[in-house]
Design a protein around this ligand. Structure first.
Ligand code: PLP
Length: 330
């Protein structure tokens, strides 16, 4: 029996789990199942809310009245923090990275609606992110507030619990459908979902691999980042758990031009999956990962395995699509 730390009940879960029959048939490879974590909420939707159930519980337990977090200007994580902070009556301060004058669209529009304080930083200024966090925490302390710092993407040992819990949910999904997939596929950006799913599979005895598709950086970066999160989790919560066998399996072949910038093939994938299955992907995370998975299916990389099933965890990100709708060509 796993002893979870304190947790808030924020996500709409369990999320739906079912096979994408038409797409699987069209690709002619394994049967693709989808875990609809894009349905964990309306505007608070996506993977971040699962991590925030644990992070925000810790913030409240520590007596914090303010949340500080960081991300790109269209960060889904920052949008979830802004809205959940408002829901819980906490002040929210977002440190956003943007090199051009940002337009109030997509996630940024929702950050503003949620009343978050927003500081914009250039790429150069953002390199000193740790200092910025410390400065702002000090700023709030001097005014009698206590600010809780949430790392980019909510990815650390505490945030990992969100996907340890999601893995438990997946294990029930697999049992109900009498299947065990050869792989759980997901988009990875700050590594916390990946680390959580890997640890979750280990703790819940799920015999599969977690295959992550990078949307930025390279596979070496994720090997290091995931290991760091796992180590942090281990030292904070479970020194007796052996993490030596947990090595990130990350594909960096489909990152495309840069973080947040996708090629035409990703927009074509978004259109194809929406029309065929009624599933909305986004160009920053899930669209890239889904395209990568489809390419690898076509290349036979999921063939010849014992199991003919793979699971795509849809981690949300819908509002990022509206920030780039001009690329859809309509
Ligand atoms: C929609 C979406 N999918 C996937 C990810 C990647 O998750 P993680 O940051 O835990 O790697 C993120 C966040 O970065 C996201 O917003």
């Amino acid at each position: 029996m796993i002893k979870y730390p304190e947790r808030l009940n924020l996500a709409q879960a369990p999320t739906p789990f079912y096979p994408l029959e038409r797409l699987s048939e069209q690709l002619g490879g394994p049967r693709i199942w989808i875990k609809r974590d894009d349905l964990t909420g309306a505007a608070t939707s996506g993977n971040k809310i699962r991590k925030l159930e644990f992070l925000l519980a810790e913030a409240l337990a520590n007596g914090c009245d303010t949340l500080i977090t960081s991300g790109g200007v269209q960060s889904n994580h920052c949008r979830s923090v802004a809205l959940l902070g408002a829901q819980l009556g906490l002040k929210v301060h977002l440190l956003l990275r943007s090199d051009i004058e940002p337009k109030p669209v997509g996630n940024l529009l929702l950050d503003q609606l949620a009343g978050a304080t927003i500081s914009h930083y250039s790429l150069d200024e953002y390199r000193g992110l740790n200092k910025l966090f410390a400065q702002w925490q000090d700023h709030y302390a001097k005014r009698g507030s206590k600010a809780y710092a949430i790392p980019t993407g909510g990815s650390n040992g505490t945030g990992m619990w969100g996907y340890i819990a999601a893995a438990e949910e997946l294990s029930q999904d697999f049992q109900r459908n009498a299947m065990m997939p050869q792989a759980i596929v997901q988009a990875t950006g700050s590594g916390g979902t990946q680390a959580g799913l890997m640890m979750g599979c280990k703790l819940h005895g799920i015999d599969t691999r977690v295959k992550a598709y990078a949307v930025c950086d390279n596979s070496d970066y994720f090997t290091r980042k995931v290991h760091r999160d796992l180590q942090q989790w281990q030292s904070q919560y479970s020194p007796e758990t052996d993490i030596s066998g947990l090595v990130a399996d990350t594909c960096d072949d489909y990152v495309g031009p840069a973080y947040g910038i996708a090629g035409e093939e990703v927009f074509e994938t978004i259109k194809q999956v929406a029309a065929l299955e009624g599933i909305l992907l986004d160009p920053v995370y899930t669209g890239k990962a889904f395209f990568g998975m489809m390419e690898d299916i076509k290349k036979g990389k999921f063939s010849g395995q014992q199991s003919n099933d793979i699971v795509f965890v849809h981690t949300g990100g819908l509002f990022g699509l509206f920030a780039q709708q001009h690329h859809l060509g309509y």
